[in-house]
Each structure stands twice: as structure tokens, then as C-alpha cells.
Design a protein around this ligand. Structure first.
Ligand SMILES: C=CC1=C(C)c2cc3[nH]c(cc4nc(cc5[nH]c(cc1n2)c(C)c5CCC(=O)O)C(CCC(=O)O)=C4C)c(C)c3C=C
Ligand SMILES: [Fe+2]
Ligand SMILES: [Fe+2]
Length: 339
């Protein structure tokens, strides 16, 4: 059978680090109603305001981590696709980006032209959020409907607790965890609190108290990004043999003035340094590929904050990226969704 494709989907990056390319990327990203979930006129106004100063600031940040081949997120996602291709025996393996190029629509149309009948679609986000998972799936479904493509879509569900993902994380951190260190911070991408509350099936559980994620029912866990992050973190710590006092979780990358899920990474970095942590390991299990959020926000800004607060060394553990063991684990996860 060669008509069953695997389509990996990641977030996407600007085409270049020019302010105008970053502006059009941010415009497409932030005008997505799953990302800024307010009525169109208000979203247009708010994004217009963000686009006055943010593109120049973000362009500078992108320039500080950009590679000669392009955006790290895109280059690494391409390398991962190359690593997965020989492991997927059912048909072509391809890569799409939710924002920027190559778009989900372009890739699905190419696959249809090649005679593909089934696409296993894998959003590369371990933990579920409307602003990542849902928007990628809706985009794929809308493209199939709009272009009347004769394609059946299998969706790979968020794999936050899948032992293959957890073991891959543990393996990727093995070398650093064998060295001496004072603490490991698991820094996940943040989310506005309102995004959690909106999806809470009970209407009252999420953020009701400090232990809401630990006491989440399966129904809450199914849609709660924060609870899924906490679950991934606990499973990882178990797999890596860490004691509870050796690690903690924080959330990074806030945008705007609304409250985002806590604790915040920047404040946590300062607290850890103040508590006497000298050598800090930092890992980002929400990102399968290194990107501006890991390389710049943690590796440059975060490191500077930690050192300024009295820390001595911050070691950034690379994301799963295109490591062979991760390519095998991911292919297994996709195979399970395909059957
Ligand atoms: C890992 C999951 C992610 C969630 C959840 C998420 C939510 C989310 N993000 C923004 C705003 C921005 N995110 C940006 C970059 C970015 N975000 C993710 C992943 C998640 N985002 C990744 C992998 C990246 C890196 C992209 C790259 O090119 O390297 C940016 C752009 C960079 C910047 O200007 O800071 C913005 C903006 C919101 C508002 C949001 C939830 C509502
Ligand atoms: Fe983001
Ligand atoms: Fe919670």
C-alpha cells in the first residue's frame, strides 16, 4: 500500500528575519481566532496594536538564533521528516507548517495529486491546546472540504502521556542528568488562563485551586493544557528517576496583559537563583523542536536573568529534534493512530 501518507505539522516561522516578514507571520498567527479568541473587529484592533512594536522586537530575537539554512524550527522539522520517512512504509511522508510555508493546504493538495487516499496527520504538539492542535486540525479539514480532496484524515491525538514520548524525553536528557546539577526546570509554553477555563467540561474545576491539575478527572485532562503539561512532567520525572525536590515546572512566553497560567518561567528562574541553585538544567517538553522560544527566550534571555539573579550555570537541554530514537518513537505513535 503506497497511498497512505504521513503529514507532520508544526507551527511555522517567518520566511526571514526581516521586520516585514516577521510582521506578516505574526499577523497570520495572531489573527487566528484559535490563538486570540475574541471577536474579529476587536482582534483586528488588538493585533494592529501588537504589530506596531512587536515585529521589530521579534525580528531581533529571531536574528539572534537564525541559522544559515533558515529558522531552527523549520530546519529541525525538515530533518525530523527525513528521519521518519524511511520508517513510514505506507506512502509519502511530508511536512507542513500552520503559519507560513509550506502550508497545510499546499501539502494536502500535493498529496492528493500523488494519488494519496489516506493521510495520517500529526500535529507536533505533545499537549493539547486550541491555539496549536485544534487550529492545525481545522485547517486540514477545511482544506480538504474547500478543495474537495478525496482524502481520509486520521488524526494523531496529543501524546503527552504516551510512554514512547516520555521515554524519548528521558533518553534525550540522560547525559545531562548524569552530571551534577542543583535543579531541573521543565519550562512549557504558557497559555492565557481564559483558554483553559473556556474548555473546562465541568465549568468550575480548572484553576479553582493550586492542585486542580493533580486532581483533574480524565474529562478535564482531555482538554486541559496545563494538566497535560503537569502529567508529562510527572511521567518524565518518574522515567528519569528524579526525586520530587529535584525538579519543577514553569510556563514561559506570555503575550499581552491578560493572566497566563502560572508559575511564570522568568519569576521562577529568579526564585531558583535566590534559593541557592547554582547549576540549573532547563528542558522544554512542549516543544519537539528547538525554536525561538527555547534558543532565545530560555537560552539567551532566561540564562541572563538566572545569572543576574546569582545563578552560575544554565544548561539548556536540546529538544527531541531529529534524534533517531525520537523519529522511531514518533513513527510508532503515528502508526498507532493509523490503525
Ligand atoms: C508548544 C505549544 C504552543 C502553545 C500552546 C502556544 C500558544 C501561544 N503562542 C502565542 C504567541 C506566540 N508564540 C510564538 C512562538 C511559538 N509558539 C510555539 C508554540 C506554542 N504556542 C512555538 C513552537 C513557537 C516558535 C516559533 C518559531 O518560529 O520558532 C510567537 C512568535 C515569537 C514571538 O514573537 O515571540 C508568538 C507571538 C500565543 C498568543 C499563544 C496562545 C494563545
Ligand atoms: Fe506560541
Ligand atoms: Fe489545573
Amino acid at each position: 500500500m503506497s497511498d497512505h501518507a504521513l503529514l507532520l505539522a508544526n507551527l511555522g516561522s517567518p520566511r526571514s528575519t526581516s521586520v516585514s516578514d516577521v510582521r506578516s507571520y505574526l499577523n497570520q498567527f495572531l489573527m487566528d481566532p484559535y490563538v486570540i479568541d475574541i471577536p474579529w473587529p476587536l482582534r483586528r484592533l488588538l493585533v494592529g496594536i501588537i504589530l506596531v512594536t512587536r515585529p521589530a522586537k521579534s525580528a531581533e530575537a529571531y536574528a539572534s538564533i537564525w541559522w544559515p539554512e533558515g529558522s531552527p524550527l523549520v530546519v529541525i522539522s525538515e530533518q525530523l521528516t527525513e528521519a521518519v520517512r524511511p520508517l513510514w512504509p505506507h506512502g509519502p511522508t511530508s511536512l507542513a507548517m500552520r503559519y507560513g510555508e509550506p502550508s497545510i493546504s499546499t501539502r494536502l493538495q500535493e498529496l492528493a495529486q500523488q494519488g494519496v487516499k489516506t493521510v495520517t496527520f500529526a500535529p507536533l504538539y505533545p499537549q493539547f491546546a486550541d491555539s496549536t492542535t485544534t487550529t492545525a486540525i481545522k485547517e486540514a479539514q477545511q482544506c480538504i472540504a474547500q478543495h474537495k480532496l478525496a482524502i481520509k484524515l486520521n488524526i494523531v491525538a496529543p501524546f503527552y502521556a504516551d510512554p514512547r514520548y516520555i521515554d524519548a524525553l528521558a533518553k534525550s536528557a540522560e547525559t545531562e542528568l548524569q552530571q551534577d546539577f542543583d535543579h531541573l526546570l521543565l519550562s512549557f509554553h504558557g497559555l492565557p488562563e481564559s483558554h483553559l477555563k473556556k474548555l473546562d467540561p465541568t465549568g468550575s474545576h480548572c484553576l479553582s485551586d493550586k492542585s486542580c491539575c493533580a486532581t483533574a478527572s480524565q474529562a478535564v485532562l482531555d482538554t486541559c493544557y496545563r494538566a497535560q503539561c503537569m502529567r508529562s512532567a510527572e511521567l518524565f520525572a518518574q522515567a528519569a528517576g528524579l526525586k520530587p525536590e529535584q525538579w519543577s515546572v514553569a510556563f514561559q512566553s506570555r503575550l499581552g496583559r491578560n493572566k497566563w497560567i502560572e508559575p511564570y518561567t522568568d519569576a521562577t528562574l529568579e526564585e531558583l537563583a535566590a534559593r541557592g541553585v547554582k547549576k540549573l538544567l532547563v528542558m522544554s517538553p512542549a516543544f519537539v523542536a528547538d525554536c525561538i522560544e527555547t534558543l532565545e527566550e530560555l537560552g539567551i534571555e532566561g540564562r541572563a536573568e538566572f545569572l543576574a539573579a546569582g545563578g552560575e550555570e544554565l544548561v539548556l537541554i536540546p529538544c527531541l529534534n531529529a534524534q533517531e530514537h525520537w523519529a522511531q518513537a514518533l513513527t510508532g505513535i503515528c502508526e498507532s493512530a493509523a490503525n
